[in-house]
Design a protein around this ligand. Sequence first.
Ligand code: ACO
Length: 330
Amino acid sequence: MSKGVKPVSRIVGLGVSYPDNIMTNQDLEKIVETNDEWITTRTGIKERHLVKRGERTSDFCIRAAREALAEAGIAAEELDAIILGTISGDLRFPATATLIQEAIGAKNAAAWDISATCSGFMFSLYSADTLIAANRAKNVLVLGAELLTPITDWSDRGTCVLFGDAAGAAVVTRATDDRGVLSVVIGSNGSYTDLLYCVGHGTSSKGELAALNGERVIHMNGNEVFRHAVRMLERTAKEAVEKAGLDPADVDWLIPHQANTRIIAATAERLGLPMEKVFLNIHKYGNTSSASVPLAMYEARKEGALRDGQVMLSVVFGGGFTWGGAVIRF
Ligand code: ACO
């Protein structure tokens, strides 16, 4: 019998999708006063994928969802719920989750979006785990997807170097053995709205109305956010590990929100985890907000790093502030 609490839910399929179009740090040097050396040393980012005009958040979600369902061996009709964490859905309404539902033919699922910035996937996973624990759902499709580059101020070097676009999906179902979600925790503190916010809505062409008043872009005080992130990530990680009935030493992989390598390194150090146990893909994608954790989990699995039976700890932090963490045995 493995150490730790008995899981209620389990991830049985993962899928991702992101735009083909790549923007490197060298490309950014032509747009704003920056350089590859600054971006690499201060953030860990080398390149990011950028959406092209006409591509929508739902397009990437649908591809990620189909891949996750195929791996899970679960038909779309068997889904009871679709929960999408996003702050950059296609339209102000309806929820982008309903567009995914229609496209994949999940006619028995209730579908809704969750707005929790970079913590969107974790909030959605929390919801899925809770629904399954309460016997309100058997199979839940959980997604984190973000097209932040259309709502980025491309004249602000403090933010435009950070973000990339992507979607990730996970099929969550009832756990049957010791593999699954051992813990998932979330939290919010609305006192810090001024440090990270965006007024406008929508990434489809209809969203351009919001752009007319110039209030459609992300505003962030990066330095202050950084300080809060490191503190909260440590606290949340410890809470998630404790709720899982484990110690930090039991964690095989830290797969955190990929916002900044320095934030991640500080978090790992505070948890006593060596960097060899930290999975990083920020250099390829930048900060993809709510897509970052499913994208990193997906790559950790595909590359054979995160193996069956291993325990991963994930922690996230984003605007709101919002935060969350999960301990999952694969
Ligand atoms: N290129 C070159 N120089 C730059 C750049 C750039 N792209 N951006 C800022 N600088 C300069 C600044 O102007 C400043 O110059 P000065 O000292 O002459 O005034 C200097 O670099 C240092 O700026 P800081 O903002 O203090 O740099 P910092 O080390 O804090 O790094 C960063 C900035 C990368 C944004 C960091 O603060 C960060 O990652 N913050 C957290 C972001 C995050 O996690 N957000 C939450 C999730 S996002 C979401 O929820 C949507």
